[in-house]
Ligand binder design. Structure first.
Ligand SMILES: *[C@@H]1O[C@H](CO)[C@@H](O)[C@H](O)[C@H]1NC(C)=O
Ligand SMILES: *[C@@H]1O[C@H](CO)[C@@H](O)[C@H](O)[C@H]1NC(C)=O
Length: 365
């Protein structure tokens, strides 16, 4: 091999390696456009976003080790990072999320969380990022709708848009997110019904939809989500009965349905289940408290207050293994309060505002 060709080869090698060891100019340009649409006045988190190599020392940015494409954007307004300690304050940021971010086509996680002041919409083009696994935009002031095409994100496992001002309905495509494990839509103004085929989200372990304006029934397909451990539908306008198969779910541990317009009776299956936090408060539930407690009943909290329940507190409740917090107040219950270990520590407020309950801790019968 001649000296010139050797020189040539090393020149090519040097050029290639210097290109591939830094972020591509197009990724850098997309990040700078993203930054330009935001205003962060207190911490200076974007001060480090200078120079050509966005893969090194740009605050909150990290790249794939092999491709040197931007893979993660992680910007949290509440964090233990020294930058926050120095400023003695939580983060605050205004502006919007630029659609230029969609040019980062290898993005795997996008976290822009708890900045309180970021407004505008979620750019619909986000749904075209094929590698996105985490989309966490909690705690901003985002408006508009969840992108209609969100279901295209076949790798998405975390979708968290809680604490914003998103409106519209749950997109029909959302139930196509077959990798979704954690869904958090809490505290928005999302209306319409929960999709009937919600149970198609087989990987889901937490579904938090509370504090929206969802109406209609609880879908009968939900119990098919066999990994679901935490279902929070509280403070919506849901109506109709509680599906009794919710009580047969393998790992469901928290079921919050409080603050809706649910009617019908309490399914006995819920009482003798894996559920340890059950909140059915503030609905229109009627009939009796099911006489279905047994050794499998283990409640750290059981809240049935503010319904239209009548009759006695069932005797079987004494056979529950544990009831940490019980609230049956504001119903139409009557008769003696059972005795036994689950009741020894309860206060009168657990039982007040009923028709004629009596016995410890209320007045003697
Ligand atoms: C969900 O995915 C299926 C299969 O890819 C597709 O045919 C359907 O149109 C998608 N549904 C929505 C509402 O996007
Ligand atoms: C149940 O929900 C109500 C609101 O509807 C809330 O006030 C109460 O604290 C909850 N109960 C428990 C035990 O968390």
């Amino acid at each position: 091999m001649g000296f010139t060709s050797l020189l040539y080869i090393s020149a090519v090698f040097l050029t290639l390696s210097s290109v591939s060891n830094a972020c591509p100019p197009s990724d850098r340009a997309a990040l700078l456009a993203f930054k330009a649409a935001l205003h962060e006045p207190y911490l200076g988190i974007f001060n480090s976003w200078t120079g050509t190599d966005c893969c090194h020392n740009w605050y909150g940015v990290s790249c794939d080790q092999e491709t040197y494409r931007v893979a993660d954007i992680n910007l949290r307004g509440e964090s233990e990072d020294p930058i926050f300690e120095k400023a003695h304050r939580a983060g605050y940021m205004t502006g919007t999320i630029s659609p230029e971010i969609c040019k980062l086509t290898r993005l795997s996680s996008l976290t822009i969380a708890d900045w309180k002041g970021i407004s505008g919409t979620i750019p619909p083009c986000i749904a075209s990022l094929p590698f996105l696994r985490i989309l966490d935009l909690i705690g901003n002031r985002l408006t508009g709708e969840i992108p209609a095409d969100i279901g295209r994100l076949s790798r998405l496992s975390v979708l968290n848009v809680a604490d914003n001002q998103l409106s519209g309905t749950i997109p029909r495509s959302l139930t196509n997110l077959s990798s979704l494990m954690h869904l958090d839509l809490r505290s928005n103004i999302i209306s319409g019904t929960i999709p009937r085929n919600f149970g198609q989200l087989r990987m889901l372990s937490r579904a938090l939809l509370s504090k929206n304006k969802l109406n209609g029934p609880i879908p009968y397909s939900i119990p098919y989500i066999y990994r679901l451990s935490d279902l929070d539908l509280s403070f919506n306008q849901l109506s109709g009965p509680i599906p009794d198969s919710l009580g047969k779910m393998a790992v469901l541990a928290t079921l919050n349905l409080d603050g809706n317009q649910l009617s019908g009776t309490i399914p006995p299956t819920l009482i003798n289940s894996r559920i340890s936090i059950l909140n059915l408060s503030r609905n229109g539930l009627e009939g009796y408290i099911p006489d279905a407690f047994g050794p499998r009943s283990y409640f750290s909290a059981l809240d049935l207050s503010f319904n239209k329940l009548k009759g006695r507190i069932p005797k079987s409740i004494s056979s529950a293994t544990y009831i940490g917090h019980l609230d049956v107040s504001h119903n139409h219950l009557c008769g003696p309060i059972p005795t036994g270990s689950p009741f020894d520590h309860l206060e009168a407020s657990s039982f007040t505002y009923n028709d004629c309950l009596c016995g410890k801790p209320l007045r003697t019968c």
